[in-house]
Ligand binder design. Structure first.
Ligand code: PRX
Length: 630
């Protein structure tokens, strides 16, 4: 535990050291891991390529650092507590030793199906322990996992299967969510009409009827039969890819963010232990889904590398009622609780009654992630959930950053509502104006960049390195650009203001406006569309779509519903526009560019003061849009 920060001066000391001597700093942290072969050099990098390598030529396996390294010390400790959707179903507790055997056995099963190091494996599964086993089993044999959120549509799934040329899919028959039973395997079958894999392995969860294609589809429990529950972990290079995770950007199709083995391992454990101040024996619960980066880094890898007991929850915050989270906190005596502002705001709407039934005294630390947390939600969380005694860690990071970059250290960094506060050791932030000039000093506002590599940063976008370069390393020379706006206040504290590009954040889920527009345009009667975000009380941002359609065959209501269904089918229900306004035209400049600034204003409810509209081809369009506002 020598890497633990215990005091505020300790934080500043570590931070200074990490900037003055980054290689020594990270070598010291990395030395506490198990290496099959130690690295030759800590860091090689340039942001032009970009080409970033950490722990160069090191050999290791991340699962050995979760299991073999620690089994003698705490093999009988609970690694995973699984809480099912239905509170009447029994929860499961899996020890490190048991998880180790399950991972080995399943990784042997994967090998028996011909899956080898470097193959891509899609995981399209609900929040059941087997999903974590699946990720770790891939890592064990060096297969690159790509988890796809099980709420994504078959089209979105097929796109990802095709993009990474997956060899296998690990899935389940169905999924329990609230009072619904949702088809999962059927979505995979549909996706496989537009893509192909050699093998599908299906875990039984709901028992619903599904089709099994002979020679391709196998039951999880059957492939396990006869498999040994131990094996030798594959030797991986530090820079071998560990996983691909698809995320939305401002243009085109989602891109496959690639994370590699050693740096990701070192950073997720380090940040987990420090930010949450996790102590052995604590029970930690992150409510995210493993389909997102938060689930990867802070349900599975970070906590398990730190020997933590991590809770995995299958259900939703409001089933059977709005007290479900707090019931689980009491039941499992949760010490650290990590969720998204959207969940806090949704529960806030139910008042404090659902909380009062439960004893939340076990809580020590509260976390927030995924989107800016507004002050009101922060205070409600602090007062009613944290009983005004638990520090809130507002953690800012991204799929691309792999781990938390800006956050208070729980109980150590003084907090301020809605501020992510200060960078973690090793994170060299930089605020720039639109021209790329650095804004130094305090009380400044601009675009957030990082000027120096950190171990868990994105290495490339799968199959398209140029896209990685263009998206993150070209806007501002020599820097990683986050896409977020930020303010550094008079104390030097960071407050994230939200995206400055065409990405919207709906309930903490990233969505590209172009991606939603493309989906809307798939409807045969749609001529053109433009999508913007607008402030939404619960979701943070909602999706507002302006659509030009052929109206001769439908009523407006029918068309709006059909467009929503189209988006649901092409991306998934999370991308369904909240508001659709049918318009005659879009505000375009003479060169044909849509003036999104105007569309954003109207969606926000601003109907006067449109700014300069003189470059518009047809300024009258703006009035029509204002009149028809939803
Ligand atoms: O805009 C920021 C917002 O979420 C974006 C990253 O989304 P994603 O890659 O899906 O990862 C979410 C989970 C790490 C960021 O660019 N964001 C994330 N955390 C915060 C945040 N905005 C403000 N405050 C946060 N704590």
């Amino acid at each position: 535990m020598s890497d633990r920060i215990h005091t505020l001066s300790g934080y500043f000391y570590e931070y200074q050291k990490s900037v003055a001597e980054p290689e020594n700093f990270w070598a010291r942290i990395a030395d506490s891991f198990h290496w099959k072969k130690r690295w030759d050099k800590v860091l090689k990098w340039d942001f032009k390529g970009p080409n970033v390598q950490w722990f160069v030529n090191g050999k290791l396996n991340i699962t050995e650092n979760i299991f073999e390294k620690n089994l003698f010390a705490y093999g009988d400790r609970v690694a995973l507590i699984w809480e099912p959707n239905d509170p009447n179903e029994e929860s499961k507790k899996i020890t490190y030793k048991e998880l180790y055997h399950q991972v080995c056995q399943f990784s042997n099963a994967l090998k028996s199906k011909g899956i080898v190091k470097g193959d891509r494996v899609i995981i399209y599964m609900p929040m059941i322990p087997e999903a974590a086993v699946a990720m770790l089993a891939c890592a064990r044999i060096g297969a690159i996992h790509s988890v796809v959120f099980a709420g994504f549509s078959s089209t979105a799934l097929a796109d990802r299967i095709n993009d990474c040329e997956a060899k296998a899919i690990l899935t389940s028959d169905g999924n329990f969510r609230g009072n619904k039973k949702i088809a999962v395997k059927a979505v995979v079958d549909e996706a496989l009409e537009k893509s192909s894999v050699e093998t599908v392995i299906v875990c039984q969860r709901t028992g619903q009827d599904i089709e099994m294609k002979s020679g391709r589809d196998y039951w999880w429990h059957e492939v396990l039969e006869g498999q040994e529950d131990h094996n030798v972990a594959e030797e991986m290079d530090s820079e071998d890819p560990l996983f691909i995770l698809y995320t939305s950007g401002s243009t085109g199709q989602p891109k496959g963010v690639v994370h590699t083995t050693a740096g990701y391992m070192v950073y997720t454990k380090y940040s987990f232990e420090n930010v949450f101040q996790y102590a052995p024996g604590d029970v930690y619960w992150c409510t995210a889904d493993i389909g997102w980066i938060t689930g990867h880094s802070y349900i599975v890898y970070g906590p398990l590398l730190a020997g933590a007991t991590t809770v995995m929850f299958e259900g939703v915050p409001t089933y059977p009622d709005a007290g479900r989270f707090w019931q689980v906190v009491e039941k499992h005596q949760v010490n650290q609780f990590y969720t998204a502002p959207t969940a806090i705001r949704a529960l806030q709407a139910y008042g404090t009654e659902p909380i009062e039934k439960y004893n939340l005294d076990s809580l020590k630390v509260l976390g927030s992630v995924g989107e800016p947390i507004n002050e009101e939600a922060w205070r409600w969380y602090y007062t009613h959930i944290g009983q005004s005694r638990c520090p809130i860690v507002d953690t800012w990071w991204q799929t691309e950053t792999g781990g938390i970059l800006v956050s208070p250290i729980a109980g150590i960094t003084p907090t301020k509502p809605a501020f992510a506060t200060l960078p973690l050791p090793g994170i060299q932030l930089c605020i720039v104006d639109p021209e790329g000039n650095e804004l130094t000093g305090n009380s400044v506002e601009g675009n957030l960049c990082v000027r120096f590599p950190w171990p868990s940063m994105i290495r490339t976008t799968w199959g398209d390195h140029e896209r990685c370069k263009q998206t993150y390393f070209s806007t501002y020379k020599g820097m990683y650009f986050t896409g977020d706006g930020v303010k550094r206040d008079h104390d030097g504290y960071y407050r994230i203001l939200g995206r400055v590009d065409d990405v919207i954040n709906v309930s903490g889920h990233r969505m590209g406006t172009a991606e939603v527009e493309n989906a809307i345009n798939e409807h045969p009667l749609v001529i053109e569309s433009a999508v913007v975000g607008y402030p939404h009380d619960i979701k943070g941002q909602g999706i507002y779509a302006y659509v030009i359609c052929d109206m001769t065959h439908r009523t407006e209501e029918n068309l709006v519903n059909e467009i929503k269904d189209t988006v649901s089918k092409i991306i998934g229900p999370i991308a369904k526009p909240d508001k659709i306004q049918i318009v005659q035209g879009l505000p375009k400049t003479r060169s044909g560019k849509i003036m999104r600034r105007i569309l954003r204003k109207v969606a926000e409810g601003v109907t006067d003061n449109m700014g300069d509209t003189s470059t518009l081809l047809d300024p009258e369009v703006v009035n029509q849009i204002i009149e028809g506002r939803k």
